[in-house]
Design a protein. Structure first.
Lengths: 317, 317
């Protein structure tokens, strides 16, 4: 039995109830709000996914420590901004730079000796590395969740009946700036050209005089930098603990496959898509399954289009 | 050959008399856990060692096996023997579905897919409260009692009978693996591992064989999950943990993949090492993961291989 005054259709099935029209509009606004919230988080997901795709596509390394770089980004922001009281934007830049330095060291010390070894070996080492970073973070910052207090006002801006929290607006703006910067890096700079050449054909690129070692280091540093950037953006939105990298990893993996094997555009599109679907899934189905949305999308994609949204047909990795 | 037979007899004899020599309940407990992980490692070895496909989602089979067996016991009153069979059937079917889906991809993408399936199942375990009681877990999963008439009874809730049950299962699994590997199936598996395209060119339907091997391997992992549930008598969604899959793979890689004895040695080492490392306190897992990185980088053929190599060199000198 529908409660009085809430039914959208009257006894004769006509839509003449003014309250019903209002309800319908409200439902639509809620839907829009979910989509916008999803796009905002999706911006950060796109950064994480793009970072992972760069490393996977160019270096053929599944970086299981990618989520840990996201976690470190958030923790460095917590340390610089919340604990040391450094300016917020400066702290963000410092955090990203710190993670890039760490990424550089790991690339030189672990990935370089493993070059040319089977995929499984590299993968297991990266998993162990991610466990290592997680446990070190636990020792340094303790397993107690921390929250980074946002420097932005907590009052939401309202535009046309939709709500925007200033912190989240910053997330989407910063994500766009970084995505465009990465695009420009890949398309216009000499380094970007060399990276794309390496991606297309490793041997031909090295025959043309491209220093593969340098490309690999640079790629890895940019990749983890993007993850760290996402960490500094989402850190103040969620809480920070040493295990947040696990979920970030899983989402990044889902994004990479949904977007298409080794497709940069695909990773960005899939990041936004995942954000929106997660937000809708949490809103209309159950928030408990929010984190499963990525993999359910992934399974659907695999059934109907195994190469991913932007992957080339016939490509088999 | 004779030397091998002597070694087998020695190991088997050691396994048989172990509970008579060691009465300490802690060591008995560790021995039973090691046995259960041996079953899991053998199942992973079948897939990774012989067909070369790395699965990092074997906890999915282990967990489904544990839950199915626990649920048929708690809801339908079917004792462990029936539980083991139901677990094997359920995980075999799961293996069929998963492999049909996941083998559309290879390499890194297959690995990511397997992780995703385990994570989705973990979320189902956490959120389907009506069936699984969510994070509360299932309790009172009793072990069976066999009545021997006038001779008394065997109560499997005691450690000694359970130890021998596991020992029998391990011997069963090893011989099953041996038979499989030395059949035409086994030769097909190895040919896929060595060169899939070449195997296809001589008429081996690699997709079909990979599905078969995942069904068998999944059912084996399901049985180990079932035995785990009835041993510890309590399970929660932790049985789907990523760490479980990773540690299982480490047992196979560390012990020596693609050998019969490798997973056995690996299961012993990689169950005991985390225990020994308790002396490091909070830094335990950091030390463990650093050690794993070291083993993966410097001993890719498994500890056993290098051990025998060192022994042979000494003999030669």
């Amino acid at each position: 039995v529908a409660p009085v005054g809430l039914s959208t259709l009257d006894r004769y099935g006509k839509r003449d109830n003014p309250l019903a029209a209002f309800q319908q509009q409200r439902h639509f606004m809620i839907f829009l709000q979910y989509v916008i919230n999803g796009l905002i988080i999706g911006g950060a997901y796109a950064l994480i996914g793009l970072g992972l795709t760069l490393v996977l596509g160019i270096m053929n390394v599944v970086n299981f420590a990618h989520g840990e770089m996201y976690m470190l980004g958030a923790y460095f922001l917590f340390t610089f901004f919340s604990m040391m009281g450094i300016n917020f934007y400066l702290s963000m830049l410092m955090s990203i730079a710190a993670v890039m330095v760490i990424g550089f060291l790991f690339e030189k010390s672990i990935l370089k000796p493993l070059r040319g070894r089977p995929l499984d070996t590299v993968m297991l080492s990266m998993i162990a590395l991610s466990m290592f970073i997680q446990n070190i973070a636990m020792l340094v910052w303790s397993p107690v969740p921390e929250s980074i207090k946002s420097p932005f006002p907590l009052k939401a801006l309202t535009v046309g009946g939709l709500y925007f929290l200033p912190q989240r607006v910053m997330v989407i703006i910063a994500a766009f700036i970084l995505l465009i910067a990465t695009h420009l890096l890949l398309k216009t700079t000499k380094m970007g050209k060399a990276m794309r050449a390496t991606f297309q054909d490793l041997e031909a690129a090295s025959l043309m005089g491209i220093k593969i070692d340098r490309i690999y280091s640079f790629t890895f540093v940019v990749g983890v930098g993007l993850a760290a950037a996402a960490g500094t953006l989402l850190g103040p939105v969620f809480t920070v603990n040493p295990y947040i990298g696990n979920l970030a990893n899983l989402k990044a993996f889902a994004i990479v496959i949904i977007g298409g094997l080794g497709s940069f555009t695909g990773a960005v599109a899939a990041g936004f898509l995942l954000g929106v679907f997660e937000s809708l899934g949490a809103g209309y189905i159950s928030s408990g399954y929010q984190d499963a949305v990525g993999f359910i999308l992934l399974i659907i994609i695999l059934i109907f289009r195994p190469t991913g949204l932007f992957g080339k047909i016939g490509q088999k990795r | 050959m004779n030397k091998n037979r002597l070694l087998t007899a020695l190991v088997l004899g050691g396994g048989l008399v172990f509970p008579l020599l060691v009465r300490d309940p802690y060591f008995m407990h560790m021995a039973i856990l090691i046995g259960i992980y041996m079953l899991m490692a053998i199942s992973i070895n079948l897939l990774l060692g012989y067909t070369g496909q790395l699965s990092l989602g074997h906890a999915a089979f282990f967990g489904v096996g544990a839950y199915v067996s626990a649920l048929v016991f708690l809801n339908l009153g079917i004792p462990m023997w029936g539980g083991i069979c139901s677990a094997a059937v359920a995980t075999g079917i799961l293996g069929f579905i998963v492999s049909k889906l996941a083998f559309k991809l290879r390499g890194a993408y297959f690995v990511i897919m397997t992780i995703g399936i385990a994570e989705v199942l973990k979320l189902v375990g956490l959120n389907w409260i009506g069936l699984t009681k969510g994070p509360m877990g299932l309790t009172d999963i009793a072990a069976p009692i066999i009545s021997l008439g006038p001779l008394g009874q065997i109560d499997f809730s005691h450690k000694m009978p359970y130890y021998y049950l596991i020992l029998i299962m391990v011997i069963l699994f090893i011989s099953l693996q041996y038979r499989l590997i030395h059949s035409s199936f086994g030769r097909a598996f190895v040919s896929i591992r060595e060169n899939e395209d070449l195997a296809e060119s001589v008429g081996i339907n690699s997709y079909k064989y990979l599905v078969i091997v995942v069904v068998i391997s999944g059912a084996m992992a399901g049985v180990s999950g079932s035995l785990y549930a009835h041993y510890v008598s309590f399970i929660d969604p932790g049985v789907f943990a990523f760490f479980l899959s990773v540690n299982g793979v480490m047992m196979v890689v560390g012990g020596g993949q693609g050998t019969l004895i490798g997973p056995i040695v690996g299961a012993i080492l990689f169950t005991l090492i985390p225990e020994w490392l308790r002396v490091f306190g909070g830094a335990r897992m950091a030390v463990y993961s650093a050690m794993v990185i070291f083993i993966v980088i410097f001993m890719p053929k498994g500890i056993l291989y290098y051990l025998t190599k060192i022994l042979n060199v000494r003999k030669g000198a």
